[in-house]
Design a protein around this ligand. Structure first.
Ligand code: SAH
Ligand code: SF4
Ligand code: F3S
Length: 439
């Protein structure tokens, strides 16, 4: 064994999966993962830049690693992910005790770069974008940490340039993996006993459009759905403007495709949606939801919302509240707008004061709470299918998810991890459900 590494992950599922991938590569190169940074020879922060707070957190964590590096100078400190991509060399200048900065198209070279740092004993930074057709980061990375569910990247990057968003700048343009590679990877995961597959991309609905002759996203779902052993299929994230008729049909037809979709609305006001460059109106968004619910009446829907976008008036904000009322989301994720240069909205007029953003965020969350609660309570007494995946925080309990993505805790022995069971829901709590296995 060459040493131990510790990875801390921030941000979205893509980052979670990129971390799994880096861990896999480091293990394949003779390192062992540890959950204890104190015993690590390599400390990696896989970072998120989506809001300013997230970026500040990275710098403050790095600052706190300084004494450790002083005491044990041989420890390698590396920064990967979206802050690494955004800041590059600046991290090394501001934080001279950091050894390695690797961008979002380079993380698959983690093992190679660790060796470079060891050999040359100097700071290394690589944030080049790599648009070669088949860069190695899209070669099948196995195995996964969970024995039950697995992420599979189908594309990276984003071409949408919503005016608030930094992702297209830090992840680059859309590149889809070959469908054959995706399908091959899913097959191998199913052979390993994985039951649930979550397809990943910033904008999965535009899958394949950058590749001549490639199949559509809906067709990819159809082909994966047919693979023997697959129990559940999910994807994240889809842009409302790209929800196609074909995808809506897929929700009606495919058995493994779970009754859950994350469909970020961002705002309920047409004026703000336009300023955000979201390319759909409120009524177009609502029509897509209506069409989805028509083919899957029990579809659970979650969303992302931003409050305090530049120029957002009380009236615009009320429109967002009324969208919540109209859609009745199962859950929402809400954020205060944050300036992210070089995203365009940084230069927009009418910036909203922090205290107003805070008030609106609180109001939004309070508005949604009873809706979420009501939807959870509606499940009390019902029997639902749960895929058990981990030990719960409480002893002798297992935790799992319904097809509609709700967390359910049940009393069950560890041997049931990975099993699909029927659970009668006994109680709806604020963030989870509690139930009893009935089969
Ligand atoms: N690709 C995904 C979202 C990526 S970022 C999509 O298009 O839905 C996740 C969420 O962070 C976004 O949906 C948005 O709600 C929020 N977000 C992005 N940029 C932000 C900013 N500058 N300020 C506040 N929230 C932001
Ligand atoms: Fe950001 Fe918009 Fe792309 Fe999502 S679709 S990653 S919000 S630019
Ligand atoms: Fe954050 Fe990068 Fe994901 S900015 S949300 S980790 S794509």
């Amino acid at each position: 064994m060459k040493g131990r590494f510790f990875i801390q992950t921030f941000g979205c599922q893509m980052n979670v999966h990129d971390s799994e991938y880096m861990a896999f590569l480091l293990e394949a190169n003779g390192y062992r993962q540890t959950n204890n940074p104190k015993e690590a020879n390599i400390i990696l922060l896989n970072t998120c830049a989506v809001r300013q707070k997230a970026e500040e957190k990275v710098y403050s964590l790095l600052g706190r690693l300084k004494p450790l590096k002083k005491k044990r100078p041989e420890v390698i400190i590396g920064v990967t992910g979206c802050v690494a991509q955004k800041e590059g060399q600046r991290i090394l200048e501001r934080m001279p005790h950091v050894d390695l900065v690797l961008g979002t198209h380079q993380f698959y070279r983690i093992a190679e770069f660790i060796e470079t740092v060891k050999r040359e004993r100097q700071q290394v930074c690589c944030t080049e974008f790599n648009y070669q057709l088949e860069p190695p980061q899209r070669v099948i990375p196995l195995p996964r940490q969970s024995q039950v569910r697995a992420y599979v990247t189908i594309m990276q990057g984003c071409n949408n340039f919503c005016t608030y968003c930094i992702v297209p700048y830090v992840r680059g343009r859309e590149i889809s993996r070959k469908s054959q590679d995706v399908i091959e990877e899913v097959k191998r995961l199913l052979d390993m006993g994985i039951k649930e597959v979550i397809l990943l991309g910033q904008n999965v609905n535009s899958y394949g459009k950058d590749r001549k002759g490639e199949i559509s996203f809906a067709e990819l779902l159809r082909r994966i759905d047919k693979l023997p052993g697959l129990k559940r299929l999910r994807f994240i994230t889809s842009h409302p403007k790209d929800i196609s008729e074909e995808l809506i049909q897929a929700f009606g037809e495919l058995e493994s495709l779970c009754e859950y979709i994350h469909l970020p609305a961002q705002s309920g006001s047409d004026r703000i949606l336009k300023l955000m460059n979201r390319k759909y109106t409120r009524s177009e968004y609502l029509r897509k939801i209506e069409a989805l619910r028509k083919v899957r009446p029990n579809l659970a829907i979650s969303t992302d919302l931003i409050v305090g976008f530049p120029g957002e008036t009380e009236e615009d904000f009320k429109q967002t509240l009324s969208l919540l009322k109209e859609v009745e989301y199962d859950t929402i994720f809400a954020f205060k707008y944050s300036d992210r240069p070089p995203a365009k909205a940084v230069n927009f007029k009418g910036k909203i004061p922090e205290d107003v953003k805070k008030e609106r965020l609180e109001e939004l969350l309070e508005f949604q709470a009873p809706i979420t609660q009501r939807k959870n309570q509606a499940l009390e007494g019902k029997v639902v299918e749960v895929l058990l995946d981990t030990n719960s925080k409480r002893g002798n309990q297992l935790s799992g998810r319904t097809r509609c993505h709700r967390v359910v805790n049940v009393a069950a022995p560890k041997q049931l991890i990975g099993q699909i069971v029927q659970v009668k829901i006994e109680e709806a709590l604020a963030h989870s459900l509690r139930g009893r296995i009935i089969n």
